[in-house]
Write a protein that binds this ligand. Structure first.
Ligand SMILES: Nc1ncnc2c1ncn2[C@@H]1O[C@H](COP(=O)(O)OP(=O)(O)OP(=O)(O)O)[C@@H](O)[C@H]1O
Ligand SMILES: [Mg+2]
Length: 370
């Protein structure tokens, strides 16, 4: 294995085998904002299960990031994407390419996974799902995390009597009875709740416990183009279920000093699942998140990740952006909360890049007769 020197000490390989040690999370600043608005009206698919919308929470303002990004919020959206040297040729205009989205005959299932906490899994899953739907894909986002951050971030926390992913995994409830519509055209959602924390224990002696999600999702693959699964920060049974169901894995990597630690374990698990449960599993790509172009460390980490994983790293990088951190408290994806923000643009570019990768994969599968 090539030995690449890390910015501070040791090599990437040495750091990759060290224990995970997640640094304190940067929650970003928050600023007051007008109440959530919904530019879309969307007919419900069939009878919609009950769900309620979380009240918005506006947190105090005034930190450095809020001030830096105030320009983003004030910017008048002129309908054009900003230039991005990291992903040339990718159009980040809202809705751009909608007509060009080729419908997949069978949904591509992608797990958004990294057992490291707070690296941007949920932000990526929610934002990417919304950006893909905006581009014309039919998307299902599945919340597989008992923390249910995707559910609250979309304002779709389940009511007490509502079925969730827990019921689809542990009981006989059909996944079709768990899917809820969202206010955003093309985006459907499977909520989670804290009950899911018990699923790992309850499924211990269950038959085929690693294949529960795969089995549940098999029935709806012809209804969607892309299914994104937001995984919890662990390599336990819930993540194994996601990896067993998935065609590919999207791995968010936070641009900070400990970025690569734990990736060896994640890749090992992907290998184990591929060898034993899902021969079709592959890593679709690594996404650099929370990139702060102003800091040398952030740029160095991005360079080192690229040097290590090469073309597997998406060219679209996600900047550290207070608007991305704020969006969940207003129960909206970034593409709706602040369509012209850098974060929204970055996730649109990622969506375009991902669609291109998936289409290439499909073409090569077809040509090889898979
Ligand atoms: N690009 C970004 N810029 C600024 N803040 C961000 C960005 N991406 C995520 N965040 C914030 O960082 C925190 C962690 O992000 P997120 O919840 O997406 O990570 P996660 O990997 O899903 O966490 P967990 O492992 O707990 O599930 C959240 O407060 C989120 O709002
Ligand atoms: Mg999460």
């Amino acid at each position: 294995m090539r030995r690449t020197h890390w910015p501070h000490s040791g090599t990437i390989e040495e750091r990759m085998v060290q224990e995970d040690a997640a640094p304190p999370e940067d929650q970003g600043g928050r600023s007051p904002q007008s109440p959530p608005w919904n530019p879309f009206s969307r007919p419900a698919r069939g009878s919609a299960p009950m769900f309620h919308v979380e009240p918005s929470v506006a947190a105090p303002t005034g930190d450095a990031m809020t001030r830096v990004e105030a320009g983003d919020a004030a910017a008048v959206w002129d309908g054009r994407g900003e230039a991005d040297e990291t992903a040339p040729g990718v159009d980040a205009t809202p809705g751009a390419g909608s007509d060009a989205v080729r419908r997949f005959p069978r949904a591509r299932l992608l797990a958004v996974a990294n057992q490291k906490g707070g690296v941007g899994k949920t932000t990526t899953a929610v934002s990417l799902a919304a950006a893909l739907a905006e581009r014309g894909a039919e998307v299902l986002l599945v919340d597989m995390d008992p923390q249910a951050n995707a559910s609250s971030g979309l304002g779709l926390r389940p009511a007490d009597d509502q079925a969730t992913i827990y019921h689809a995994l542990v009981t006989d409830v059909a996944i079709t009875d768990v899917i809820v519509p969202t206010p955003y055209p093309g985006l459907s959602f499977v909520p989670s709740s804290i009950d899911l924390a018990g699923a790992e224990v309850e499924l211990v002696s269950a038959f085929s416990r690693e294949r529960r999600l795969k089995k549940a999702l098999a029935t709806i693959q012809d209804r969607f183009d892309v299914v994104l699964i937001d995984c919890p920060p662990s390599l336990g049974l819930l993540t194994v279920n996601a990896l067993t169901a998935a065609d590919g894995v999207i791995v968010p990597i936070q641009c900070e000093y400990y970025a690569l630690e734990g990736l060896t374990a994640l890749r090992h698990n992907v290998e184990l699942v591929r060898a034993n449960l899902n021969t079709g599993l592959d890593i679709t790509g690594f996404v650099l998140t929370m990139l702060d172009g102003r800091t040398r460390l952030s740029r160095q980490v991005a360079e080192q990740v690229r040097a290590h994983f090469g073309e597997r790293v998406f060219r679209s990088r996600i900047p550290r952006s207070v608007r991305l951190a704020e969006a969940p408290s207003f129960a909206q994806p970034i593409t709706v909360f602040d369509p012209s923000s850098r974060g929204a643009m970055a996730y649109r570019r990622l969506a375009s890049e991902l669609l291109t990768r998936l289409e290439r994969q499909l073409a090569s599968e077809r040509s090889s007769g898979a």
